[in-house]
Design a protein around this ligand. Structure first.
Ligand SMILES: Nc1nc2c(ncn2[C@@H]2O[C@H](COP(=O)(O)OP(=O)(O)O)[C@@H](O)[C@H]2O)c(=O)[nH]1
Ligand SMILES: [Mg+2]
Length: 307
C-alpha cells in the first residue's frame, strides 16, 4: 500500500458550517478553532460578508470550518447576497453548528431561522457562546428553551473569546467528520488568497474607525500586489464608497482617518506575511456599487439578480 492509500484509510475530512445571528461570535470561533486569525471580527454586525473556510487539523482529521455572514432579514441587495452565502455554506456542509449568543433569550431566535434549519436536514450542533457573560442558571434555562424548539445532536457551552469549551467542541468534530482524504495541504489554514485576506484586514480596520452607515457603504479591494527584490511586498488597495461626502469622512481631516486605517492594516498584513509591507490605499467614489455585479464577484458573493 502506498503512503497515500494508507492516509485515505485512516483520515477524516469534512465541512462544518457556522450559522447564526449577526454578532453571535461565528468568526471569533472560527479563529479559535483554527488557532489563527483567518476571519475578521468587530463589535459591529455584518462584519463578515462572504463565506470563508478556516482549516484545522486535529489528529487524523481535517476539519474545514465554514464561517458565514449571519442570518438576518435582508433589507438590501448586499444583505440578500450575504444571507444566501450563509445558507449555501450550510448546504455544502456535513455538520451545521448553530451559534447562539447566550446573552440573548431563545425567543431572539427567529421562527424562520428555526424552520429553515429543520429543512436543511443536517447534523445539527448547538453552541451557546459568550458564557463568560452569563450565569449558569440562565444557560440551563436557555438550553431547555432551545430543546423545545429544535432537535439537535449535541450542545456545547463555550466562550469563543476566551477559548473555554473550544477543545471539547474540536474533539467532538474530529470524530464526527466523515472518513476520507484531506482536501487541503496540511499547512493551509484558510481558503482565501492573500489578496483577499489583505483586503479583509483593511476592511476590519475601516469598520473599527468609521461609524454609522459608512462601514456598510464601503468595500475594499486589493488592486495590485508586487513582491519587491528585497522580499518586501508592495500592495495597492481601493476603498469604494458611495458618495463624495463619505469619501471625505473616510479620508478624514488632513488624511488622519485613512492614515490610521492604513497603519493598522499595514502592521497586521506585515505580521501575517512576515515581511515588510508598503501599503497604498486609495478612496474612490463608486456610486451604486451595491448594485454592481463585479463588486460582488470581488467579494466572493453571488449577485442576487432579483431584489
Ligand atoms: N464576551 C464575549 N464576547 C464575544 C465572544 N465571542 C465573540 N464575542 C464578541 O462578539 C462580537 C462579534 O463577534 P464576531 O465573531 O464578529 O461575530 P459574528 O458576526 O457572528 O462573526 C465581537 O465584539 C467579539 O469580540 C465570547 O465568547 N465572549
Ligand atoms: Mg463574522
Amino acid at each position: 500500500m502506498t503512503q497515500n492509500d494508507q492516509q485515505t484509510d485512516q483520515t477524516r475530512c469534512g465541512f462544518v458550517a457556522l450559522i447564526g445571528a449577526p454578532n453571535a461570535g461565528k468568526s471569533t470561533l472560527t479563529n479559535q478553532l483554527v488557532g489563527a486569525k483567518v476571519s475578521i471580527v468587530t463589535h459591529k454586525v455584518q462584519t463578515t460578508r462572504a463565506r470563508l473556510r478556516g482549516i484545522v487539523i486535529q489528529g487524523q482529521s481535517q476539519i474545514v470550518i465554514v464561517d458565514t455572514p449571519g442570518i438576518f432579514t435582508p433589507k438590501k441587495r448586499l444583505d440578500k447576497a450575504m444571507v444566501d452565502a450563509a445558507w449555501a455554506g450550510a448546504q455544502d456542509s456535513e455538520i451545521v453548528i448553530l451559534i447562539v449568543d447566550a446573552t440573548q433569550s431563545a425567543q431572539a431566535l427567529e421562527d424562520a431561522l428555526v424552520d429553515d434549519l429543520k429543512k436543511l436536514n443536517r447534523h445539527l450542533v448547538i453552541v451557546l457562546n459568550k458564557i463568560d457573560l452569563v450565569k449558569k442558571e440562565a444557560l440551563l434555562e436557555l438550553t431547555r428553551d432551545l430543546e423545545e424548539r429544535l432537535s439537535f445532536d449535541q450542545l456545547f457551552m463555550i466562550s469563543a473569546l476566551k477559548g473555554d469549551g473550544v477543545a471539547d467542541l474540536l474533539d467532538y468534530l474530529q470524530h464526527q467528520v466523515p472518513l476520507g482524504p484531506w482536501l487541503y495541504p496540511e499547512d493551509q489554514i484558510s481558503d482565501a488568497p492573500w489578496r483577499t485576506t489583505a483586503a479583509e484586514i483593511t476592511r476590519e480596520k475601516l469598520f473599527l474607525q468609521l461609524h454609522e452607515e459608512l462601514p456598510y457603504a464601503s468595500t475594499v479591494e486589493t488592486t495590485d500586489w508586487k513582491t519587491l527584490k528585497n522580499k518586501s511586498v508592495r500592495i495597492e488597495q481601493t476603498i469604494y464608497v458611495e458618495r463624495q461626502s463619505q469619501k471625505k469622512i473616510a479620508i478624514g481631516k488632513n488624511g488622519q482617518t485613512l492614515k490610521k486605517i492604513s497603519m493598522a492594516a499595514r502592521q497586521e498584513i506585515s505580521d501575517l506575511l512576515q515581511v515588510p509591507v508598503h501599503l497604498f490605499i486609495f478612496v474612490k467614489v463608486r456610486d451604486n456599487w451595491h448594485n454592481d455585479p463585479e463588486r460582488y464577484q470581488e467579494m466572493g458573493l453571488d449577485y442576487p439578480a432579483k431584489f
